[in-house]
Design a protein around this ligand. Structure first.
Ligand SMILES: CC(C)(COP(=O)(O)OP(=O)(O)OC[C@H]1O[C@@H](n2cnc3c(N)ncnc32)[C@H](O)[C@@H]1OP(=O)(O)O)[C@@H](O)C(=O)NCCC(=O)NCCSC(=O)c1cc(O)c2ccccc2c1O
Length: 143
């Protein structure tokens, strides 16, 4: 990988798992969204809460590709590795890899689009944010 990788850790709680003891797939989307907020908060330096409440900007999801490669279990503390596969004008594509030990459990590519919350119209996000996400951009050789 040629760019930076943003890394955080999450924890699978009792309420996240189904009777089979593994994470129910809609919860995976919640985990990914929580990681997205972490990227904003820690990597970009802007709380997502602040974007929404104060700036009236949001990034709704327009496309997702999620591979569930291994189950996540109650008590797991996956390491989440976040990189960018597209930093567009108004769109932002982030990849999230969930690893427990040497196993990849989830590999997700999520495309979100910057919108004005009052009109839900897309618009280009500011260069300051673009520069931060460009730091996470994957190289052409990264799969
Ligand atoms: C989001 C939209 C308003 C965009 O519509 P628009 O017509 O402006 O889109 P364009 O065609 O001009 O494309 C803009 C930009 O996006 C890229 N793009 C668009 N669609 C896709 C796609 N399917 N896959 C990949 N890329 C796509 C396109 O290439 C352009 O890229 P540039 O970089 O060149 O600018 C409209 O699509 C829309 O309203 N969609 C519905 C969104 C939705 O309901 N999602 C369901 C989940 S909701 C959600 O996730 C969500 C998240 C939040 O964080 C929120 C925060 C605050 C409030 C609400 C939130 C929320 O609902």
């Amino acid at each position: 990988m040629s760019g930076q990788i943003f890394t955080c850790q999450q924890q699978v709680r009792f309420g996240d798992v189904d009777p089979a003891g593994i994470v129910y797939y809609p919860r995976i989307y919640n985990f990914i969204h929580a990681a997205f907020e972490e990227v904003w908060d820690i990597h970009v330096g802007e709380r997502y809460y602040y974007l929404i409440r104060e700036k009236r900007i949001g990034f709704p999801l327009v496309h997702s590709e999620v591979d569930f490669k291994n189950p996540l279990y109650f008590g797991d503390r996956p390491i989440v590795k976040v990189t960018a596969f597209k930093v567009g004008q108004s769109s932002l594509g982030l990849r999230y890899r969930y690893e427990v030990g040497d196993k990849v459990c989830v590999d997700a590519r999520m495309t979100t689009v910057c919108v004005h919350l009052d009109t839900l119209e897309s618009f280009p996000f500011k260069d300051e944010y673009r520069a931060k996400f460009n730091q996470l951009l994957e190289g052409a050789d990264d799969q």
